[in-house]
Design a protein around this ligand. Structure first.
Ligand SMILES: [Zn+2]
Length: 64
């Protein structure tokens, strides 16, 4: 049995570099981590720090 060499499809990954300047004007001050002073992720009911994994629950409204 003879093996046939199929054509090889060389796929080159194109390096697409896109630069987009983002303006941070009029942004509201985010919650900062009291532990490492890093910006915390704003969740629905809590804040979480991506650095030290500190979690702070938001103050829930009383009476519902
Ligand atoms: Zn932190």
């Amino acid at each position: 049995m003879a093996e046939k060499n199929d054509k090889k499809d060389d796929k080159k990954a194109k390096d697409s570099k896109q630069k987009s300047a983002k303006k941070t004007e009029g942004y509201s001050p985010k919650k900062m981590c009291p532990k490492c002073n890093s910006r915390m992720a704003d969740h629905a009911d809590r804040y979480t720090c991506g650095k030290c994994h500190y979690t702070e629950f938001k103050s829930q409204n009383k009476g519902g």
